[in-house]
Structure formats: C-alpha cells, structure tokens
Design a protein around this ligand. Structure first.
Ligand SMILES: NC(=O)c1ccc[n+]([C@@H]2O[C@H](COP(=O)([O-])OP(=O)(O)OC[C@H]3O[C@@H](n4cnc5c(N)ncnc54)[C@H](O)[C@@H]3O)[C@@H](O)[C@H]2O)c1
Length: 319
C-alpha cells in the first residue's frame, strides 16, 4: 500500500478538485462543499394528467427528481408507457381521458391502490388548444362542437380532477391540487375563443374549489404559463394562418418559441418585459413543484403566472 503523504499542502490531494467555474469556491476563495439537493416531494404521491409529453413530462421528471411517486394519466399510451418505464418503478402510467369521469376515478383509484391509499398532489395539466384555422378562431364562425370539445378536456377535465382528487384527499385532511391554466386565462387575445374561455374557467374553478376545500386542509392553485415550445405550440405554429418569409433555418423549438407567446403561434417572446431567458417547460414545472410542495403551505386560490411580465406590464414609455 503506498504511504500517505501527510504534508498539509497535500491534505486535499485525494479529493476531487473543484474548479471555480464549477462553483467549487465561494466569493472569498474558500472551497464550497456541495450539499445534496433537498427533495421537496419526498415520499409523496402525485398524479399528473397529460404527463406523457410537453409541460406534463417536465412536471413528471421534476416531481420524480424530488422524491415523488408519480402516476402519469394520459391518452397517449405509447408515450406515457415509455416515459414511465424510462423513469423507473416509482412512476406508472394509467390511460385516462380527463373528460371522462370514469377514467378520472380509475386513475385516482389506481394511485391509491398502488401507493397505500395515499394521494398528496393532483396536477391537472392535460389540455388541448383546439383548431387553429382562421375560421375556427373567429367568433363569427363559432363552432359549438369545437367549443364543447375544448371545454370538455380543459375545463370539465380540471373539475373532474379536482372532484376525485378531493375525494381521496379529504379523509387525510391534506393535499395540493395544481392546475395548468394559461396566460389566455388572464388576458384576451392570446388564444382561440374556446381555449381562452376554458382557461378562464380553470382560474375561476381554482378560486372556488380553494374556498371549499380549504376547510379540509386542501390547497388549490393554478399556474399560468406564457407560450412555451411543446408539441402543442409547435403544431399550432404549423397550422397557423400566418405564412412566414423564408429565413435562415433555426432549430424547430427556437422557431416555435420566437413565433410563440400567444398559444396560437402568434405574438412572441418579445412581449415579455423580462429579457434574456427563454421560457422552458422546466420553468413551468418549477412553479408547479412550488405549489405542490409544502413550501407553499399557506398559499391557496392563487394563480401563479409564469410569463416574464407579459400580462402585468407594457413598457409604453421606454423605461
Ligand atoms: N405550450 C404552451 O405554450 C402552453 C402555454 C400555456 C398553457 N399551456 C397548457 O399546458 C398544458 C400542457 O400543454 P403542452 O404544451 O405540454 O401540450 P402538449 O400537447 O404538448 O401535451 C398535452 C398532453 O396532454 C395529453 N392529453 C390531451 N388530451 C387529453 C385528455 N383528454 N386526457 C388526458 N390527456 C390528454 C396529450 O396526450 C399530451 O400528452 C395544457 O393544459 C396547456 O393548455 C401550454
């Protein structure tokens, strides 16, 4: 066995070297010992609807990272099963159309039976944007069937989720319900009519359900994202009526993000007063995580808008 060199300058010779560029030193030149990330959902059980892809997938991944056992409830069997098996045994998939009450009941029952009768977090994330043609977006050619289809998934689906999550949470007098609404639930002109109505409905439902469920120790909140490059937004951009001039090609997600903003593929991140960062699904997931975790234990009935300031300010005087 080689002899140990006990000279003081060699004391750290066998430790991994941390360079300043890896944040291994504090501002005074002292070494910083990396601390393990606290797991903010340790031991908790969560259901994420629409968790197979897009924002839902980012929520599932972040929840798992923070120690949750997660049930993905989605209509996309292939993507849902694939994500669950990639993330390991703490994640499972159940087929669930959120607009069908029996499916929602079954998803909650599945989570309870698999995880010892426990449900801590229910995330109403599943949603559809609806058709994107110019006719579909005009109130003058309003289509009742389209309106019904979008509201059934987005608004009725969220209400059914709140109902069955609450039925499971009331006996334990604890739980957090977080729905994904949208900036289109705050401001007009950021999405088609049916979508906008459905997202306003989620914000209203959140406030009302929070009133009632607060008595049972259950918190109800929602998160309202600005446009973020997911399959929903990319498909909308492809369908949208605006045809673009040919420019230097950019990666697909970058194009969608630049054109995005409003969820109809119009607008753009130039609307945000916050400059620099580009909104990612992970940013939405972080907001959902906060509302799901005990860090937000006194927050209920709240709509946490994640939009870089789009819905709160217009810099009209050149500040
Ligand atoms: N992408 C954006 O710019 C944006 C902005 C604001 C709000 N949102 C909202 O975020 C949520 C997620 O959107 P996304 O961009 O990830 O969309 P997405 O289309 O990429 O993913 C939606 C997921 O929901 C699932 N789903 C659709 N209908 C369902 C149903 N009836 N039952 C169960 N699952 C269903 C899909 O299979 C898919 O996995 C939606 O509620 C959307 O309205 C999105």
């Amino acid at each position: 066995m080689p002899a140990l060199d006990l000279r003081p300058e060699m004391a750290h010779a066998h430790q991994p070297v941390m360079s300043p560029s890896h944040h291994g030193w504090d501002g005074n030149g002292a070494a910083v010992v990396p601390t393990p990330m606290p797991k903010r959902l340790d031991g908790k059980v969560a259901i994420v609807t629409g968790g197979a892809r897009g924002i839902g997938e980012a929520i599932v991944r972040l929840f798992v990272k923070h120690g949750a056992r997660v049930v993905i409830a989605d209509i996309d069997d292939a993507a849902g099963e694939a994500l669950a098996s990639a993330l390991g045994p703490q994640v499972s998939f159940v087929r669930c159309d959120v607009s069908v009450e029996e499916d929602v009941r079954r998803a909650v029952d599945w989570a309870l039976s698999r995880h010892g009768g426990r449900l801590d977090v229910y995330c109403n994330n599943a949603g559809v944007l609806g058709r994107q043609t110019r006719a579909a977006k005009s109130i003058l050619s309003f289509d009742a069937g389209e309106f019904d289809r979008v509201l059934r998934v987005n608004a009725l689906g969220a209400a059914l989720g709140m109902k069955h999550a609450a039925l499971a949470m009331v006996p334990r007098r604890a739980g957090s319900i977080v729905s994904v609404a949208s900036v289109a639930g705050v401001l007009g002109g950021l999405g088609p009519h049916a979508y906008t109505a459905s997202k306003h409905a989620i914000v209203g439902l959140t406030k009302n359900a929070a009133c009632e469920l607060g008595a049972h120790g259950i918190r109800v909140n929602c998160v309202s994202p600005f446009g973020v490059a997911t399959p929903m937004l990319i498909n909308a951009w492809r369908q949208g009526p605006r045809r673009r001039r040919r420019r230097r090609p950019r990666p697909r997600h970058h194009r969608a993000q630049r054109r995005g903003g409003g969820e109809d593929g119009g607008g753009g991140q130039g609307l945000a007063t916050l400059k620099g960062p580009t909104l990612r699904p992970r940013d939405i997931a972080e907001a959902v995580l906060f509302l799901a975790s005990d860090e937000s234990r006194y927050i209920s009935g709240h709509n946490l808008v994640v939009d870089g300031g789009v819905t709160t300010s217009r810099n009209l005087i050149g500040l």
